[in-house]
Design a protein around this ligand. Sequence first.
Ligand code: TXA
Ligand code: MG
Length: 322
Amino acid sequence: MVSQKSLDTQDALIDQAVSLLQHGKLVAIPTETVYGLAADARNEAAIQKIFLAKGRPADHPLIVHLAKANALTEWAIDIPDAAWTLAETFWPGPLTLILKKAKHVSTYITGGQDTVGLRIPRHPLTLALLKKFGGAVCAPSANRFGHVSPTTPAHVRAELGDRVDLILEGGPCDIGIESTILDLSHSTPTLLRPGHIQIAELETVLKRPILREKQTFSPRVSGSLASHYAPRTPTHWIEHTQLHTLEQSQETIGLLCLQTCVPKNKNIIVRCLSNNPTQYAHDLYAQLHAFDQLNLAQIYIEKIPQDAAWSAVYDRLARATT
Ligand code: TXA
Ligand code: MG
């Protein structure tokens, strides 16, 4: 049972986080996907601090995190019925909707585009924070630009150190990879980033097909850069049938595999992840962060299936590998 004392501590932390946001500071927030680096979405000076802390180029737009769905009307215009239907079905949850932006939305948030990304995250601490704060926060993943997203408070600390004013500690993230992003700003709904919520689920709810954006590697969706979500250690795919070639390795390498495949070489640090894509996604970033701490010469990742259930994980690993 949660004790009164820990509830009081939690309340005090949330109050502190609210006060920091109100004073234009940065707070790392837990979400069900990954930790975010939050600033008051109405405070441009605070938003600029996010870009500095992350080393992120200014043309990469940020997602605005809301406390409740009816705040959509405050941040977006021309909201299609599809947005309300999806919000009702999936929020709070790992789905970001791209809509036409309301006039006041800062160009620092949108990267100069006429659209804005919006979602309600599903984590009790962050929902409590958003409710008390009363506004909205914009929050990219709480990592340095291009690196692996954080799924624990320790990852945030390792990535950002004192560039963040407070880390609201909410344990490890449930899902472990970033939200699905769906663009509803044109007549055809378009998937911009695959995630835990799959395209088929969205199509079932919308009762219409969704377009899969071609790989454009546009900076407008930062996850769409060819290299992103990458460990600092050079990282490569390896086919299952090629695993034995690693046995010759003279340098210390990490191997992330799907099953217990063990090349016999003391230079190889082997970690096995689940055959289940949801569990694999949950553990992936923590494993990549852990490998990055070991000063390995290379990381090898055993090729994973390319079917729909694996599409989000595949997308991230394709960008993490060279
Ligand atoms: O799960 C998530 O989405 C996490 C948590 C913290 O909510 N956030 C996250 O933020 O992954 P970030 O900034 O690392 O990735 C957000 C993506 C970027 O690729 C950005 O380009 C895209 O959302 N995005 C934001 N606004 C957009 C817009 N108006 N049009 C197109 N893409 C947009
Ligand atoms: Mg990110």
